[in-house]
Design a protein around this ligand. Structure first.
Ligand SMILES: Nc1ncnc2c1ncn2[C@@H]1O[C@H](COP(=O)(O)OP(=O)(O)OP(=O)(O)O)[C@@H](O)[C@H]1O
Ligand SMILES: [Mg+2]
Length: 361
């Protein structure tokens, strides 16, 4: 049985749809991430799942039970709020042991549980302090341990790591994933950080403008995104316009704006003269003797590789990578670029234009 099921959930404020017509299933024990740009409705969605908000329409089912109008305090969920929301008058230890207290756990036991989760986020030494005496990153760590200590097997995390510095954020994301997998907890984790989503999720829901763009595993969304917006939003990609100029039994040929022909495997549903957009990740662009001619405009040292940015005559910008031990091209030099035909994605060119189709706000 799915843990959470949303049926046509809409959350409306006047004429703003924070969430519109969302159908979603979260499986038992799944680590699901909701990823999308600021303002796309992630917090609104998680507030509806948690019971903080009753949706304007639609149904929320948890373990098969319709909980649409049941408030959060009766839903047994562990929640990390985007704005943290610790009890300001309670010390750290009391904040974290609050869930166990509500479950009538004796003092010794609940302190032991709280200390275990404070240890996990390395906050044991601050357990006697008040939230107001902590930095926002420290408060966030306390909020995470409070949610884990709640004992709920359903965790809702709204940007739980946003206030932490990069190193701690990375450590904690793996700690949380390991812990919830060990305990069999189901997680809905909201983030706008695509690296975070890629590295912890079983599946990612990509949201935009209150709706779901697509839902799949991190690998599927990276390698074979169905939607141009996903290709752009998850990972890095080059988007290049063209027209289908030829097709045969196995592949199509896309003619770019400067006249270069690019072979693409599959994609037989496109027809000659269709306006399309190619999407290719920088790691699948290579230099060759012949190909798309472009002038190198920038070379950036990335540590483990070089990133090269080049401009074609058509003004298309293409980014590609060079191994760290190779010599990068000189700025202003000409390169010929080819694309791995297996790793090219082709999309119908959006009628509203590419920039509108990938706009974040
Ligand atoms: N209480 C409210 N009243 C009116 N509009 C609201 C309310 N809460 C959210 N909205 C609107 O709903 C939309 C979605 O907001 P939401 O907070 O869900 O976005 P988000 O994806 O969590 O963004 P962020 O990444 O910035 O946290 C926004 O346009 C926001 O202004
Ligand atoms: Mg939010």
């Amino acid at each position: 049985m799915p843990r959470i099921m949303l049926e046509k959930v809409t959350m409306q404020f006047g004429d703003i749809y924070a969430v519109k017509d969302i159908d979603l299933v979260v499986r038992d024990g799944e680590y699901l991430t909701v990823l999308g740009p600021s303002g796309c409705g992630k917090t609104s969605l998680i507030k509806v799942i948690s019971g903080i908000w009753t949706p304007s329409s639609g149904r929320v089912l948890i373990d098969g039970e319709d909980v649409t109008s049941i408030p959060i305090e009766d839903r047994n969920v562990g929640y990390v709020f985007q704005n943290i929301a610790l009890f300001p008058h309670m010390e750290v230890l009391k904040n974290v042991s609050y869930g166990p207290l509500m479950r009538d756990m004796p003092l010794d036991e609940r302190n032991a549980v709280a200390e275990k989760y404070l240890q996990l986020v390395k906050m044991l030494d601050k357990m006697g302090m008040l939230p107001g005496e902590l930095s926002s990153g420290e408060q966030q760590k306390v909020a995470i341990s409070r949610a884990l200590a709640s004992g709920s097997n359903l965790l809702l995390l709204d940007e739980p790591l946003s206030a932490l510095d990069a190193r701690v954020r990375m450590e904690l994301r793996y700690e949380i994933r390991r812990l919830v997998k060990d305990l069999g907890i189901t997680v809905v984790h909201v983030t706008h950080d695509q690296d975070e989503a890629m590295s912890v999720s079983d599946r990612i829901v990509v949201m935009r403008n209150g709706g779901i763009v697509e839902t799949d595993t991190p690998m599927a969304l990276y390698r074979r995104p169905n939607n141009l917006f996903t290709a752009y939003f998850i990972g890095e990609t080059n988007l290049i316009e063209g027209m289908v100029s030829d097709k045969n039994a196995h592949n199509i040929v896309v003619r770019l704006r400067d006249g270069t022909d690019v072979k693409v495997n599959g994609n037989r549903h496109f027809n000659i003269d269709d306006a399309v957009v190619l999407s290719v990740r920088p790691e699948y662009v290579y230099t060759a003797k012949e190909g798309l001619t472009a002038k190198v405009t920038q070379v950036i040292y990335m540590g483990s590789y070089w990133r090269v940015i080049a401009r074609a005559e058509s003004m298309d910008m293409v980014e590609y990578n060079i191994q760290r031990y190779e010599n990068p091209p000189a700025i202003g030099s000409d390169v010929n670029l080819v694309f791995n035909p297996k790793m090219l994605m082709v999309y119908k060119r959006p009628t509203e234009g590419i920039s509108e189709a990938i706009r974040l706000e």
